[in-house]
Write a protein that binds this ligand. Structure first.
Ligand SMILES: C[S@@+](CC[C@H](N)C(=O)[O-])C[C@H]1O[C@@H](n2cnc3c(N)ncnc32)[C@H](O)[C@@H]1O
Length: 322
């Protein structure tokens, strides 16, 4: 089954990324290529696309342009990936976090509780599956992941239900897991499926999405030329919070004097600047035509000429297990 993916906040992304003729741009999350195609049309630039999913790479290979190159790998290692091609500095990087519609809709990928399929959830089709984790992790570990990454209040109840169910039969299918959760979590008033948060938590954990994001922010800081633009669209509050804190730190906003706290001195000069600190949100019209856009938050910053900080994200980033 194939699914179409409508790119989210496409115009806002282009306005923030501002690809120009002669620029070198990175689309770190190719997906279905909606952003990549728009960037190639917008300017006579060179575009490097990255994705960890072999199906996305196959789609990217269908784009025939001498200005376009696709590389399979994780965006947390984009600096090393691009270095293999002799690219050490770029003018713009965009990341559209999360999963694409084909990943969600294709039953065999096992991301969705709406379609029964093998409980897989691996974007790169490598490493342990969600079923491996759900059947092997102890109850406390399950609870921790579901609570921190899914922000699920009833994580303990779900952890216990998973452990009880798997003692009868291994949990192998998305439908099986969704039903285990639905039996112990009441349906929310807003109609959200009780399995939503747990599936989100498992996906983030299996793909180490928060760890990847932290590494990508640092890699982007290293790669961007002075004046280079970093544009990130996040759909999950934990991801958006990490991006916000990174920009607050790197723009010096976190060190601004407050009436209530002593001013902290940063040894590093701001490596990014921002025209607006608040995120852009999709318009009501976009949400009406593409409900998937609902939770999107776009944040952007410009690289300054100051040296990269060379540190891992501050302790402020350690909110949840990565
Ligand atoms: C929301 S989709 C991007 C959609 C794309 N902007 C478009 O217009 O078609 C996210 C894509 O990022 C990829 N992805 C997620 N995490 C990644 C990572 N750490 N490294 C590389 N690709 C990643 C996923 O495989 C997926 O294809």
């Amino acid at each position: 089954m194939s699914a179409t993916h409508t790119p989210v906040m496409l115009n806002e992304m282009l306005n923030a990324l501002r690809p120009d003729n002669g620029d070198t741009i990175v689309d770190a999350t190719f997906g279905v290529g909606g952003y990549s195609r728009a960037i190639l049309e917008e300017a006579d630039c060179s575009l490097w696309a990255i994705d960890r999913d072999p199906a996305a790479i196959k789609r990217a290979e269908a784009i025939s342009s001498d200005r376009f190159t696709v590389a399979r790998g994780t965006f947390g290692q984009m600096d090393a990936l691009l270095a293999k091609y002799g690219v050490f500095q770029v003018d713009g990087i965009v990341m559209d976090l999360g999963v694409s519609s084909p990943q969600l809709e294709e039953k065999s990928r096992g991301f969705s509780f709406r379609h029964d399929g093998p409980l897989d959830m691996r974007m790169a089709l490598q490493g342990p599956t969600a079923a491996d984790f759900v059947n092997a992790a102890d109850e406390d570990c399950l609870v921790k992941i579901i609570r921190t990454l899914g922000e699920e209040r009833l994580a303990r109840r779900i952890g216990k239900a998973i452990v009880a169910a798997r003692s009868e039969n291994p949990i192998k299918r998305t439908g099986q897991l969704a039903n285990i959760i639905r039996r112990v979590v009441p349906k929310a008033k807003d109609g959200l499926d009780p399995a939503t948060r747990t599936f989100m938590a498992l996906r983030l954990h299996i793909n180490n999405e928060l760890g990847e994001l932290d590494r990508a922010l640092i890699a982007a800081e290293q790669l961007l030329a002075p004046g280079g633009r970093l544009v990130i669209v996040a759909f999950h509050s934990l991801e958006d919070r990490r991006v916000k804190r990174f920009f607050d730190e790197r723009t010096g906003y976190s060190n601004r004097p407050s009436r209530h706290a002593p001013q902290q001195q940063s040894l590093c000069q701001p490596s990014f600047s921002q025209a607006r600190r608040r995120p852009l949100k999709p318009t009501p019209a976009e949400i009406a035509s593409n409900p998937r856009a609902r939770s999107a938050r776009l944040r952007a910053a410009w690289r300054t000429a100051s040296a990269p900080w060379h540190t891992k994200p501050s302790d402020a980033h350690k909110g949840a297990a990565a």
